[in-house]
Design a protein around this ligand. Sequence first.
Ligand code: NDP
Ligand code: KAL
Length: 257
Amino acid sequence: MTLSLKGKTFVVMGVANKRSIAWGIARSLDQAGAAIIFTYAGERFEKGVRELADSLEGDHKYVLPCDVTNDEAIRECFETIKKEVGVIHGIAHCIAFAEKEELQGEYLNTTREGFLLAHNISSYSLTAVAKEARGLMTEGGSIVTLTYLGGERILPNYNVMGVAKASLEASVRYLAGDLGKDAIRVNSISAGPIRTLSAKGVGDFNTILKEIEEKAPLRRNTTQEEVGDAAAFLFSHLSRGITGENIHVDSGYHIVG
Ligand code: NDP
Ligand code: KAL
């Protein structure tokens, strides 16, 4: 990869382990020479994220807690970043959660609690983070979030997460509308299925992957690296005219069927 992000700093939210899509983004950013600040939610992941950060080429000092359900935690996280680093140039928001029980059977059975939790963590968090990060992107910026085709179409079992992704994709457009005057762009990447911790326990994941191999224009599944490189593009000057967009990095599967 020839793209250079030297001298730029990005916050990568949502590395749980080496399979995380956020980790693919971090590796692409690292290869491009960027500085990375990692945030995590679960304390049990802190040590692992620190070790992963240390395994990269660049010297990425900061691994900070940031539970996105907590406004105070988000504020503290970005205050620390402001104090320690000052200016940032973008954020990779790679965060979603819904209770397991909501991710099977009929969408109709979604509970009020399950609906609100999924929307809180998977959609509202982007807005909450953008609000705190705006003041740190004084040289312009790029915010990238991750979505899935289930936000545009009904897909089995995705259920409330599909509705949350639709809300996330609409938030991308409204945030792009608000932040464009500050030279901050906001886009999403709609990734094809990748076997991560979140995807674990999904009964028919193999069937989903096989169908993509058979039907997607590129006849193969999506990799973390492909998503990472698309994110690096969205973080770079090369994408300066793009905002409010949803780029599918899914071997072209979204145009089929
Ligand atoms: P991972 O399980 O690796 O990452 C999910 C992340 O969400 C974890 O790091 C987790 O942090 C974080 N998270 C959950 N709750 C909170 C919270 N309250 N505050 C902060 N972070 C939280 O899975 P993926 O890499 O697959 O998921 C990343 C994104 O990619 C998600 O938005 C997902 O919907 C999207 N996506 C995934 C696809 C796939 O096939 N895997 C396809 C398309 C989109 P912690 O572990 O610290 O709790
Ligand atoms: C149609 C697909 C099949 C799977 C159905 C739903 C998947 C929803 C994704 C959602 C993020 C998964 C969870 O919230 C899992 C959670 O209930 C349990 N897991 C955890 O708590 C782990 C430990 C932590 C790290 O996970 C999180 N998220 O915090 C969708 C497939 C084909 C594609 C996927 C996986 C899309 C996606 O959005 O992730």
